[in-house]
Design a protein. Sequence first.
Length: 131
Amino acid sequence: MLVAHFVHKFSQRMSKRIPKISKHAMNNLMHYLWPGNVRELQNLIERAVILTKGDVLQLPPLRTCIPIRTVPVTLAEAERDHILKVLEESNWAVGGKTGAAARLGVARTTLISKMKKRGLSRDMAQRLLEV
């Protein structure tokens, strides 16, 4: 439904008529992991509408997403990995409007507690990079 909505929206905006989406394209869209969620889908469909010549939607190549881990992880490990990723993205700023706590939607004190519980520190991250 979202694909059809975005195709309709962007084809109208660009004065194109694209009433068809191939089964192959829909299959690729349905099996893609979508790390960027709906915004990534919207951007992809907009790009596809721009590039499409004719009445069948032509998709640009989808990025290959390689999972970080291929073995099952515990909830504690997943939480630790996610916190570490967000800390790195926020340059290890815990508090403030753009800090890791705000990005994770938790209080600064809650994040600090979780970091201590999971053994996360900037020094620990640096040691992992050196190995």
